[in-house]
Design a protein around this ligand. Structure first.
Ligand code: AMP
Length: 281
């Protein structure tokens, strides 16, 4: 695996490959890699000649300084995992390389970032858009792989590519879960063993939501979810929304949309976790 820390060296390397007609698949990450990330690498390997993975903990997408500080950083293990997956290129820039001057860019995503993660993490998606656009301009991939776990992020990144005519195909990838159903996340490393077990309730609840969605009203389903977490001492529901998959706007009745996803954010101890389940599509 080729590893680059500077934009200049990475560009030189990729320009040569592109000149030789090679297709480039890109997997942007913040590291602390797990099976979820590796599934993206595998999918990218299948569909492209060359796979580039980036690892950059993007400070401007964190709205909480303690979350940024505590974000796991495991670069040595990450590199071993990428080598095992036969990843071709790792881009691992530092903050100065990505932000030689502080970013002042402001993006407008309409209503897409006024709900859920956007509402609860002010500035988060602007920070995501700044770094993803920069990375797309550096790597110039044909395809970029994003996990459905961060569903709202994927929709917003897709809009970004349309708004700025960035010629990249956004490839959505399935959520990879632990045996107990908990969606894999770098933040899971900060959970105690007991908390990991407790956190399984998130997906259990989402599966119940899917079953109930055939029988109960949206209000009833929401009440069920609130009750599920009210009983838990160490867990706090931040939001649960049933939204249209494309507009991301909350629904009041099932009749309002035929493409529906339920999204959730829950605090387990002092770790914030997100997950979702597609109800109708
Ligand atoms: P992150 O390092 O958390 O920024 O994630 C990098 C990419 O991996 C994003 O596209 C995420 O949606 C994706 N990802 C993270 N966790 C999972 C998972 N459990 N299953 C599938 N994709 C994931």
């Amino acid at each position: 695996m080729q590893t680059f820390k500077t934009i200049h060296d990475l560009r030189n390397y990729l320009d040569d490959l592109r000149a030789n007609g090679k297709s480039i698949g890109f997997v942007p990450t913040m590291g602390a890699l797990h099976e979820g990330h590796l599934s993206l690498i595998r999918e990218a390997k299948e569909e492209n000649d060359v796979v580039v993975c980036s690892i950059f903990v993007n400070p401007i997408q964190f709205n909480n300084s303690s979350d940024l500080e505590k974000y796991p950083r495991t670069i040595e293990t990450d590199m071993q995992l990428l080598i095992q997956e036969d990843c071709d290129v790792l881009f691992f820039p530092d903050e100065k390389e990505m932000y030689p001057v502080p970013s002042t860019e402001q993006y407008d995503f309409g209503d897409l970032d006024k709900v859920m993660e956007g509402e609860h993490r002010p500035g988060h998606f602007n920070g995501v858009a700044v770094v993803v656009k920069k990375l797309f301009e550096i790597v110039e991939p044909q395809r970029a792989y994003f996990g459905l776990k961060d569903y709202q992020q994927m929709v917003i990144v897709h809009k970004l590519t349309k708004d700025y005519n960035i010629p990249v195909e956004i490839v959505p990838c399935s959520i990879v879960r632990e045996e107990n159903g908990l969606a894999m996340s770098s933040r899971n490393e900060r959970l105690s063993l007991t908390e990991r077990t407790q956190a399984a309730l998130i997906y259990q609840t989402l599966k119940m939501v899917k079953i109930k969605s055939g029988f109960a009203t949206i209000t009833e389903v929401k009440e069920f979810v609130v009750k599920q977490f009210r009983k838990q001492k160490n867990m706090k529901l931040e939001y649960f929304e049933i939204v249209d998959m494309y507009s991301l706007q909350p629904l009041r009745t099932w009749a309002q949309s035929t493409t529906v996803i339920a999204c959730i954010a829950v605090w387990v101890g002092n770790v914030r976790l997100i997950d979702n389940i597609i109800l109708f599509s």
